[in-house]
Design a protein around this ligand. Structure first.
Ligand SMILES: *[C@@H]1O[C@H](CO)[C@@H](O)[C@H](O)[C@H]1NC(C)=O
Length: 234
């Protein structure tokens, strides 16, 4: 009798665990989709120096393998640079390191050009602490994860720190981004690079979600009526 009960119980148990693993997968897909929402990155500086006011509201851009702040209007950028368009996705462990069975955290890929579209990883150089971008072989040995957001999904962090981003004016008007890994306001790394005399501004990096453009209509049909409530009825 006990044997029979035990036997009939098995399918039920399997059914339950199957359902919950389906549920888990569905939740995971939902979470991944939320993480993959594309965003621009905006600098927030609350200080009251001229530099704070200048940098507040600037956007993160990429050029020459480095990450900078620049005017939100691309036409006003000199030199020209591409506006970072980023999202979160797990950083893939390369084949040759998979045997370590490490969990990698979320990486922060960004488009670095439009046409053809090209994605690269944003990382902090482990020697200089500059924020840079590159493909996997350029980034894998660097501080490339875990990137994250705060509980409001707004403020960006790297290695669990959101208050360690610093803009350094490497050349007149050219603000490069750094990650203050040691918490010494970059004193050591800037000295090593002979940049101690440069102005620098600690700041917060925040997400500014970009609406995805709907795909273009398949053929040259007249535009579908827009699903908007008629005026004056709300
Ligand atoms: C990664 O980028 C470097 C420098 O641009 C290039 O030399 C290398 O071929 C790239 N690697 C891959 C796998 O694309």
């Amino acid at each position: 009798m006990i044997g029979l009960l035990a036997l009939t119980a098995i399918p039920t148990v399997t059914g339950v665990s199957l359902a919950s693993s389906e549920q888990r997968k569905a939740n995971q897909r939902k979470e991944e989709a939320r993480r993959m929402v594309k965003f621009n990155i905006v600098a927030e500086c609350n200080g009251d120096t001229d530099d704070d006011r200048e940098l507040n509201g600037m956007v993160v851009v990429v050029r020459d393998e480095k990450v900078y702040l620049a005017d939100p209007d691309p036409a006003k950028r000199d030199p020209p640079a591409f506006t970072a368009l980023a999202f979160y996705i797990e950083y893939p462990e390369p084949e040759e390191l998979k045997y370590l069975k490490r969990e990698r955290g979320l990486g922060l890929p960004t488009y670095v050009q439009d046409n053809p579209p090209l994605l690269n990883w944003i990382y902090a150089d482990t020697e200089t602490y500059e924020l840079r971008y590159g493909n996997r072989s350029q980034s894998v040995e660097q501080l490339v994860e875990p990137w994250d957001w705060d509980k409001n999904e707004r403020v960006i962090s790297l290695a669990k720190k959101e208050n360690r981003f610093i803009a350094v004016e490497e050349e007149e008007g050219e603000w490069a981004l750094y990650y203050d890994r040691d918490g010494d306001e970059l004193a050591r790394v800037l000295e090593e690079q002979d940049l101690l005399d440069c102005a620098f501004v600690p700041l917060t990096l925040v997400r500014k979600v970009v609406e995805e453009k709907p795909p273009p209509p398949p053929t040259a049909q007249p535009a579908a009526p827009q699903a908007v409530a008629p005026r004056g009825q709300s």
